[in-house]
Design a protein around this ligand. Structure first.
Ligand code: ATP
Ligand code: PRP
Ligand code: NIO
Length: 472
């Protein structure tokens, strides 16, 4: 079978290969470059992004090379023999700096920096964007959902509705962002994520009656049963039958874990079901809910006083609804030691040149105060400036500073330990507590301020001036 890992070098857009061939045939292969990964717009009209996907990326980059079959395909696709010879011995050897997975980041910040020869740094563009954009998008959605769920249970149910194989990465990202478990057994196995599940309507329908279906399931799973109660009539049949089963389990010294509501008015049904269960002394039986849920519906259910103990969330989570894709980009910012710039009609799209690092400043309460982009060789900055308005600046001398980018790969070797998605989420939780609330709200969140150092501003402005004079 052709796996992605075995053919990692082909997981790219064709133009990366034709450019790489061009660099090689023009004798540029030793040129040293720096590329930045950043995004421009927060997904979901939100106030932040949860960065995810890094470790999967580093793992596949270790295998980014070309075997004989790959070379044969590239020959057929029109690449030249001299370059194919070069690709035979190609190994990804670059150095990568990155913020940690689970870090909260903001638009236009250099989140990842790739330093390598121009061929290797160019060839991985598509792969890097494909991995980081998607997992960050889904981790951010999960984080928003966790924010309204609070401490209640949150399971990812999305695989069946995911965009094909993206479901594998989606479940990892969902847990990074805040899901406790996944129904996706493959991702559970692959990433060491707890798997969980209830039962489908098919189970109930396969029996002549609902009570018999519930009884059989509970007999086989006496300590882990959650009964799906909406196949026929939630309040008239499903919940009363679940109560019978809960009592039968009690007689054998076991406990029904819960029921799952999957249709109808979840606030109304959960309150009614809670009362029916409590009236029978079954206050320990939990109520789970599913059915096209998202952060807005859950917020509304909270406001309606719904009595729900846990949520299963599929479609909206793993497809990142309503943001089709994160707009993360990968731009060349330095070539052979010379900073490079890309100009745009749209002032916000002018790139920030040069090799840079990302700093975060914290206020007296240890909350995020500002982020600052500095030149990589700058020790610190006294002030950080609005990227386009020098008159808007902030003194940061008296604020605790943390450098967010660390070296994660050197000469193609991974330098950091693999963490489980759950461990990454523990870091996110800590950071989310440090993010001021005004950036968390769903409607018009406050924009977090990201500034640049004066040296960087001077560099960018002098380059802009030079380019404009040349064009004139
Ligand atoms: N109390 C509530 N407040 C706000 N939204 C709710 C509430 N209860 C349910 N919802 C949401 O409303 C939508 C109702 O879905 P829909 O109209 O498809 O009906 P349904 O009861 O799910 O029927 P079925 O699944 O059998 O087609 C779902 O997305 C659900 O999450
Ligand atoms: O609504 P989502 O957030 O996408 O969550 C996943 C959905 O998948 C299942 O429905 P499906 O009809 O596929 O199967 P079922 O018979 O188990 O309900 C489940 O009951 C949820 O409703
Ligand atoms: O375990 C469940 O209840 C489940 C899993 C996937 C999709 N819907 C429900």
């Amino acid at each position: 079978m052709n796996t992605l890992t075995e053919n990692a070098g082909l997981y790219t857009d064709y133009y990366e290969l034709t450019m790489a061939q061009g660099y090689y045939l023009s004798g540029k292969e030793q040129e040293q470059t720096v590329f930045d990964y950043y995004y421009r717009t927060n997904p979901y009209k939100g106030g932040y992004l949860v960065f995810a996907g890094l470790y999967d990326l580093l793992k596949i980059l270790k295998n980014f090379r070309y075997d004989d079959k790959n070379i044969a395909f590239l020959r057929k696709s029109g690449l030249r023999e001299e370059f194919l010879n070069y690709l035979k011995d190609f190994k990804f050897n670059a150095t990568i700096y990155s913020v940690r997975e689970g870090e909260i980041v903001f638009p236009n910040e250099p989140i990842v920096r790739v330093e390598g020869n121009i061929i290797e740094a160019q060839l991985i563009e598509t792969l890097l964007l494909n991995y980081l954009n998607f997992q960050s998008l889904i981790a951010t959605k999960a984080c928003r959902i966790r924010n309204v769920i609070g401490k209640k249970a949150f399971a990812d149910f999305g695989l069946r509705r995911a965009q094909g194989l993206g479901g594998v990465h989606a479940s990892r990202a969902a847990v990074i962002g805040g899901a406790d478990s996944t129904s996706n057994v493959y991702s559970g196995f692959n990433y060491d994520i707890p798997v969980s599940g209830t039962q489908a309507h098919a189970w109930v329908q396969s029996f002549d009656d609902e009570l018999e279906a519930f009884r059989k399931y509970a007999e086989i799973n006496p300590t882990s049963t959650v009964l799906l109660v909406d196949t026929y009539n939630t309040l008239k049949s499903g919940v009363p039958n679940a109560i019978i089963i809960a009592k039968e389990l009690e007689e054998k010294g076991n406990k029904l874990i819960g029921i799952r509501l999957d249709s109808g008015d979840l606030a109304y049904l959960s309150k009614k079901a809670r009362k029916m269960l409590d009236d029978e002394g079954l206050d320990y039986v939990q109520i789970f809910a599913s059915n096209q849920l998202n952060e807005y519906v859950i917020k509304s259910l909270n406001e309606q006083g719904a009595r729900i103990d846990g949520y299963g969330i599929g479609t909206e989570l793993v497809t990142g609804k309503d943001t089709g894709a994160l707009d993360g980009v990968y731009k060349l910012v330095e070539n052979n030691g010379n900073p490079r710039l890309k100009i745009s009609e749209n002032i916000e799209k002018i790139t920030i040149p040069g090799k840079k690092k990302l700093m975060r400043y914290f206020d007296q309460d240890n909350k995020f105060f500002r982020d600052g982009i500095l030149l990589a060789n700058e020790e610190s900055a006294n002030k950080i400036y609005h990227p386009f308005h020098r008159d808007k600046n902030t003194e940061v001398t008296n604020f605790r500073a943390e450098e967010l980018t660390q070296k994660v790969m050197e000469n193609g070797e991974i330098l950091i330990e693999e963490k489980t998605p759950g461990e990454i989420n523990a870091y996110l939780k800590q950071r989310f507590n440090q993010l001021p609330d005004e950036h968390k709200r769903f409607i018009s969140p406050h924009i977090y301020k990201v500034g640049v150092s004066e040296n960087l501003l001077d560099l960018r402005d002098s380059m802009l001036k030079n380019i404009r004079e040349r064009i004139k």
